[in-house]
Design a binder for this molecule. Structure first.
Ligand SMILES: [Zn+2]
Length: 278
């Protein structure tokens, strides 16, 4: 696991070197797709640090810089969009579906697709850094200040770090997310308690997007979606919170570090083809 360089220049240099190495090995390419976590492409980042303005992302500029440097289309998408593309590629019968994609991992985000077209919606733009619905400190516990500057953001509960933080807060010991998921299988009391709370928090977080957007399919991706029966457990929790309306079919994407890169490359290839035709 490589840490993302913290400033724009280092990140550009790192990516440019990586792309150059790849082109030496595999030859000239026609499109570059980059999948970034929702947070890095969001509006929140500029408020995060006291660094000079030049050091701030947004990553959109990075895509423009890479396009100029390598003289080919570079597109930047976020993880929840990449996950949708992977699922569209895998399952060809989704062309007419309404799809909500939720990524819960290092960072969180949702995006919505209607007939394979991304639909921008205010609910999706601020989802991860909006307040956890029905937050109750006795049940959910207090949070430190989020990297966006608020408190009790959805991401602080349903991300990988969020679940690990809650475990630490309740049990006063550290466990990684995969150890917590293993603990659920081993019927470890603490792990099970944290997992159940997480599933309920995820259900509460997704009810509003589900009720407003009425997706026929919900795609879960990211490390916090890795527990095998999350799909079923989430469905039960959604029913408990929201018995009135139809619920989407829920899919968990396989946990694969190439998932987001693959999805981003599919979008880049598609865009590039359109570009060549036009
Ligand atoms: Zn936040």
């Amino acid at each position: 696991m490589q840490k993302t360089p913290e400033d724009k220049q280092s990140l550009f240099k790192y990516l440019a070197e990586l792309i150059t190495q790849v082109s030496w090995r595999y030859g000239q390419f026609t499109a570059i797709g980059i999948s970034a976590s929702e947070y890095y492409s969001s509006e929140y980042l500029p408020a995060e640090r006291d660094a000079p303005q030049d050091d701030h992302f947004p990553l959109a500029q990075l895509a423009i810089d890479l396009t100029n440097r390598f003289n080919c289309d570079c597109i930047l998408v976020n993880h929840s969009q990449s996950a949708v593309m992977t699922e569209f590629q895998r399952s060809k019968n989704l062309t007419n579906e309404t799809v909500l994609s939720a990524t819960i991992g290092d960072s969180c985000g949702i995006s919505f697709y209607n007939k394979m077209k991304n639909v921008h919606h205010s609910l999706c733009a601020n989802w991860a850094h909006s307040t956890l619905p029905n937050f109750q400190w006795l049940v959910d516990g207090l949070t430190p200040i989020c990297r966006c500057g608020n408190e009790t953001c959805i991401e602080q509960f349903v991300s990988e770090k969020g679940i690990e933080r809650q475990y630490h807060q309740v049990v006063l010991r550290d466990r990684t997310l995969s150890q917590i998921f293993d603990g659920v299988d081993e019927i470890d009391t603490h792990s099970t308690r944290i997992y159940r709370t997480f599933v309920d928090q995820l259900a509460r977080s997704l009810i509003k997007p589900i009720q407003s957007l009425r997706p026929s399919l919900l795609i879960l991706s990211g490390s916090a979606s890795a527990y095998s029966s999350l799909r079923n457990d989430l469905k039960v929790a959604l029913y408990r919170n929201n018995a009135a309306s139809d619920l989407p079919v829920i899919t968990q994407l396989p946990q694969d570090e190439f998932l987001f890169a693959y999805g981003a490359s599919l979008i880049a290839i598609k865009n590039n083809n359109n570009h060549l035709r036009s």
